[in-house]
Each structure stands twice: as structure tokens, then as C-alpha cells.
Design a protein around this ligand. Structure first.
Ligand code: HEM
Length: 385
């Protein structure tokens, strides 16, 4: 996979014009900015150091596997990462965690269906909105600091890029670059980019314990391609078809967002024998494609062979759509793929995953299926390799 520069990644995230992108890329080359890959690599090392502190004792990986992706978003937005015991990071994480627990609750689903009606009633949607406002306020504090030290010629992060764009468009009354939108976009990145990546990683560890033969093959590939003395990097990925197939299979099998996000049809649309009137809300089910039994025989079975051809090379398929399709597809796909590869390979380079019960006794059915397929809780031991 060709790797984007830091500025390209940011602009892809925010979809700013190509011309702007060229000028920012030039600025980046003059400066000493880090690529997204380097940021994730660095976070992966902090993650492993934190995991080492468990000293092969049983632990629940939920919190720590959320803090690492959350730190990557912090680094992307405001060029700062936090220690895993930093109060600010833990506060932010508690807001995000509480909201992701509540997002699939029946009450919040009702709110999504009838927002105009329910917003006037008391209920848990109010606490949900309050926590979201607190995430926005957290971002706005960072924006204030950035405004004081902004150098438009040398953007450090997403907030700097956004502020520069605001400055360029300050005489355009139609501009969508304002502080409110900056806070909303920033909080979207936190909400959409933390729980998704962390749940996938967590589910991934569980599936690798359930299938020790798969874990052994990934270890083998890591040992032969990367070894023990260098950090995993994206250039290794192309030489690791088995690991890539495992990552794809984790995403396919868990079908993290089975019903996708709601979309609305923009015009009257004929679909099979139906006409869907303009404005109708539709849920384009990702599960119907990811679990297609012609494309993936025995779709309910975890089998990296679903993504390998006869020669053991990676099998590409249009049916692999965990990030959805089209204009509204996940803006964080590039970042998420980098994180999944680097976090998982760095963990497995350093540790063997050991379950506390026999693999066949491990429960792998989702705890909850709502907006997300939430992995069941589990503990594990990490044995240093
Ligand atoms: C394994 C990780 C991830 C998965 C499986 C995933 C999947 C998805 C899916 C299915 C959608 C809905 C697309 C649609 O409406 O058609 C989405 C939207 C979105 N994703 Fe991700 N995502 C992941 C990670 C990330 C990350 C790391 C970021 C942030 C950098 C991110 C940012 C977003 C945003 C902002 C949206 C909303 C787009 C909109 O409102 O239209 N995602 N994601």
C-alpha cells in the first residue's frame, strides 16, 4: 500500500482541495513532520511497554486497547499524545466509553428515529449530548492554544490545517470552516476513530486465542519477515500475505458495523421490484456482503483462507467492505488499516496471547449487537517472546 504523507493524510481526512494539499505537502517537506505511520509506530511501542507491565498476569485489555487509538487521534488532531495514566486522556476516554456503551441502547435508537420528538423529553439522550459537548469543549481548549501559536506556513496537525483554511476563507460568508464545525469534526474523529479500532483489536486478540494455529502462523510470518530487532512498518505488510489475510478475516468475521450508518436516498430510486422515495432512510447492511456465502464459503467460520488464493497470496475481493462504499465510506479507513496492522503485529512480535481457559471454551459471540458488534469481555495473559 502506497503510504500518504502526513499532510496528504490530513487532507484526505478532511477532503480539502488538491491545490491546497500540494501547498501543504510542500510545507511539510520543508519541515520535519512525522507521517501517520511514524505516529502509529511510536504509539505501538508505548502500547507494548504498557502491556509489558502486566507481567504475564491475567488482565482485561479493554481500556488499554482504547487508549492507544485515542492517542493516535489526539496526535492527529493536536499533535500531542498522553501517558496512559494521564488524567486528561482518562477523562476523554470515559466520555467516549460511556457514549459508546449508550449509543446502541433502545432509548438512543428511539432518539435516532424520532429526534424532533424525543429531544424535548427527559432521558439518557441528554446525558449523551452533554458528554459530546464536553468532548467538543476539550477540543476547543486545544484550538485556543493553537490559535495563539499558529504558523500557517508550518501546520502541525489537523487543527492547524483547519485554522489556516478558516483564515483563507474568512471573507467567504458561505464558508463551512468555522469553530463550531472544527469542534464537531474533531469530536467525530474521536467518536468514530477510537471505539471502532479498539473493538477490532480486542476481537482480534480473542479470535487469535480461539485459533492458536492461526496465531502460530502469524508469529512465524512476523519472525521471518520482520524479526525481533526492528519495529514493524508498512513496507513489511506487502511481504506478509498471511497476516494481511488474518486482519481482513477478523474484520469480515466480526462485521463490526453490521447495519452500517443510516443513509438517505437523494432521489427516487428503483431497487429490485421496489421504488424507494427520495429522502427515505436506508441502512445498507454491510453484513449481507461480508457474510455472503458464495463469496466466503462457510461465512460464519473464522478462516483466513477466505482471503488467500491457492498459492498463499492475498486474494482481493470487492466483497471486503467493512468500511462501507461510496462517497460516505469511512474517512478513517487509511488510518484504521495502518493502526490495525502496526498495533497487532507489534503486540504479536513481543508476546504470545494465552487464554485463561481452553480455546474451545472461549466465548466469541458478540456481547451486544447494536450499532456495533461488541466483543464479549475476556481476560488473557501476555507471555513475552
Ligand atoms: C476498524 C476501524 C473502523 C471501521 C470498521 C470503520 C467503519 C466505518 C463505517 C462502516 C462507516 C460508515 C460509512 C457509511 O456511512 O457508509 C464509518 C464512518 C466514519 N468513520 Fe470509520 N471505521 C473505522 C475507523 C475509523 C477511524 C480510525 C476514523 C477516524 C480517523 C474513522 C472516522 C469515521 C468518520 C468520521 C465517519 C463518518 C462519516 C460520515 O458521517 O459520513 N473511522 N466508519
Amino acid at each position: 500500500m502506497a503510504m500518504n504523507s502526513w499532510a496528504e493524510d490530513l487532507f484526505q481526512l478532511f477532503q480539502i482541495s488538491k491545490k491546497d494539499m500540494e501547498s501543504f505537502s510542500a510545507m511539510e517537506r520543508r519541515g520535519s513532520r512525522w507521517s501517520i505511520e511514524e505516529r502509529v509506530q511510536e504509539e505501538a511501542q508505548f502500547l507494548v511497554e504498557e502491556l509489558r507491565k502486566t507481567e504475564a498476569q491475567p488482565f482485561d485489555p479493554t481500556l488499554i486497547l482504547s487508549l492507544a487509538p485515542c492517542n493516535v487521534i489526539c496526535s492527529t488532531l493536536f499533535n500531542e499524545r498522553f501517558q496512559y495514566d494521564d488524567e486528561k486522556l482518562l477523562y476523554l476516554m470515559s466520555l467516549l466509553n460511556e457514549n459508546s456503551k449508550k449509543i446502541s441502547s433502545p432509548w438512543n435508537q428511539m432518539y435516532n428515529l424520532w429526534p424532533k420528538l424525543i429531544k424535548h423529553l427527559p432521558g439518557e439522550h441528554r446525558a449523551f449530548s452533554k458528554r459530546l459537548t464536553n468532548v467538543k469543549n476539550f477540543i476547543l481548549e486545544k484550538v485556543k492554544e493553537h490559535q495563539e501559536s499558529l504558523d500557517q506556513n508550518s501546520p502541525r496537525d489537523y487543527i492547524d490545517c483547519f485554522l489556516s483554511k478558516m483564515e483563507q476563507e474568512k471573507h467567504n460568508p458561505m464558508s463551512e470552516f468555522d469553530l463550531e464545525n472544527l469542534a464537531v469534526c474533531g469530536s467525530n474523529l474521536f467518536v468514530a476513530g477510537t471505539e471502532t479500532t479498539s473493538s477490532t483489536l480486542r476481537y482480534g486478540l480473542l479470535l487469535l486465542m480461539k485459533h492458536p494455529e492461526v496465531q502460530a502462523k502469524v508469529h512465524e510470518e512476523i519472525d521471518s519477515v520482520i524479526g525481533h530487532n526492528q519495529r514493524p512498518s508498512l513496507k513489511d505488510k506487502m511481504k506478509m500475505p498471511y497476516t494481511e489475510a488474518v486482519l481482513n478475516e477478523i474484520q469480515r468475521y466480526i462485521t463490526l458495523l453490521p447495519s452500517n450508518l443510516p443513509h438517505a436516498v437523494t432521489k427516487d430510486t428503483k431497487f429490485r421490484q421496489y421504488v424507494i422515495p427520495k429522502g427515505t432512510t436506508v441502512f445498507p447492511l454491510l453484513s449481507s456482503v461480508l457474510l455472503d456465502c458464495k463469496e466466503f464459503p462457510n461465512p460464519e467460520t473464522f478462516d483466513p483462507g477466505h482471503f488467500l488464493d491457492k498459492n498463499g497470496s492475498l486474494r482481493k475481493t470487492d466483497y471486503f467492505i467493512p468500511f462501507s462504499l461510496g462517497k460516505r465510506a469511512c474517512v478513517g479507513e487509511g488510518l484504521a488499516r495502518v493502526e490495525l496492522f502496526l498495533f497487532l503485529t507489534t503486540i504479536l512480535q513481543n508476546f504470545s496471547l494465552e487464554p485463561l481457559v481452553e480455546p474451545r471454551e472461549l466465548e466469541i459471540k458478540p456481547l451486544v449487537t447494536g450499532l456495533l458488534n461488541v466483543p464479549p469481555p475476556f481476560k488473557l495473559r501476555l507471555l513475552p517472546r
